[in-house]
Design a protein around this ligand. Structure first.
Ligand SMILES: Cc1cc2nc3c(=O)[nH]c(=O)nc-3n(C[C@H](O)[C@H](O)[C@H](O)COP(=O)(O)OP(=O)(O)OC[C@H]3O[C@@H](n4cnc5c(N)ncnc54)[C@H](O)[C@@H]3O)c2cc1C
Length: 284
């Protein structure tokens, strides 16, 4: 049940109102994840939610480059992320992932902060942000912290309390690395069943590369696998699929077999397709 709606105009005001309405206060950004949830029978019966609308807070908007990092305001929509010239220049894989979220309507409303805050293991931005070593700035009544996305994922996104606001997402730019992203969904314009991210960073003179793989999806918080890949493993579909099968096996084993064999099979193929994308860029 939605008991109250409050629009706030600054981060400080948002934090104050969140604290006042604990434990029922909920940050509202685009609402594409939160609002459908409030219509479920459980929510209708039980929770007197107070929606705290942050869309008018200017400090939470915009994308800029600062000190070698792409700094993304959490109220940036998926459409804005996908179309940003800065993102296309410095982190094109983020644009690729954002452009595959839901439908145009969802992308026009859904935000970066909401994608992270939704705590959906298959959210499309999680794998690219984890792979690129992104950090999330979080403000809470106790102060400001900067938390690596990978740490939040490892903790099942427990690091964000009900009184916290994501105030910026910072992505270190490393133009040596090429990335590929693939996702697979059971339905068109639906949430991903598998998100797969591959990254290649050339190392040494023999054309070997540091290979980064991330897989996520329902029941599987995105997990990262890294290894040194030899040139022979990075050309041709068969060797690439073999490398990605090994990476997927390690990831699923570390996750305690989450998702089962079906998700694993799709995961290794999606990862190989992501690797082909990344490898295709290496020689350019
Ligand atoms: C039909 C449909 C299809 C979808 N398809 C996809 C898809 O393909 N891929 C995908 O990843 N997602 C998908 N989604 C989920 C959702 O649209 C996206 O995750 C979107 O990015 C959520 O953003 P939002 O601004 O609408 O979040 P909201 O609904 O406003 O918020 C989501 C959660 O994040 C919290 N939150 C929002 N902003 C902040 C902040 N700054 N600080 C702290 N907490 C915050 C909210 O409190 C809430 O708990 C889909 C949803 C629908 C309804």
């Amino acid at each position: 049940m939605i008991a109250q709606y409050i629009r706030v105009g600054s981060i400080d005001e948002g934090l104050k109102v969140l604290e006042e309405h604990r434990p029922w206060g909920r940050v509202l950004a685009g609402g594409t994840d939160l609002l459908p949830k409030t219509r479920t029978a459980r929510h209708k019966r039980s929770l007197p939610l107070v929606l705290i609308d942050i869309k008018r807070i200017d400090e939470l908007k915009g994308i800029q480059m600062k000190e070698g990092r792409l700094c993304i305001g959490p109220s940036t929509t998926m459409s804005q992320l996908a179309g940003s010239e800065l993102v296309l220049e410095y982190a094109p894989v983020l644009s690729l992932a954002a452009g595959q979220v839901g439908s145009p309507e969802i992308r026009n409303r859904g935000t970066v902060g909401g994608n992270l805050g939704s705590k959906n293991t298959g959210a499309d931005l999680l794998a690219p942000l984890a792979a690129m070593g992104a950090l999330v700035e979080v403000r809470a009544p106790g102060g400001t912290s900067e938390i690596p996305v990978r740490d939040l994922l490892a903790a099942g996104w427990q690091g964000l309390g009900r009184s916290s606001l994501i105030t910026e997402v910072r992505v270190p730019v490393n133009r040596q690395v090429t990335w590929g992203y693939r996702r697979w969904s059971r339905e068109s314009m639906g949430r991903a069943y598998i998100t797969a991210l591959a990254g290649l960073e050339p190392r040494g003179d023999d054309r070997s590369c540091r290979f980064t793989a991330v897989l996520g999806g329902p029941g599987l918080w995105p997990r990262t696998f890294e290894c040194q890949a030899r040139p022979g493993e990075l050309s041709g579909q068969e060797p690439m699929l073999e490398l990605c099968s090994r990476a997927a096996a390690e990831i699923f084993a570390a996750a305690g077999g989450a998702g089962g064999d079906y998700q694993f099979q799709i995961g290794r193929v999606a990862l190989a397709e992501a690797l082909e994308l990344a490898a295709g860029e290496v020689g350019q």
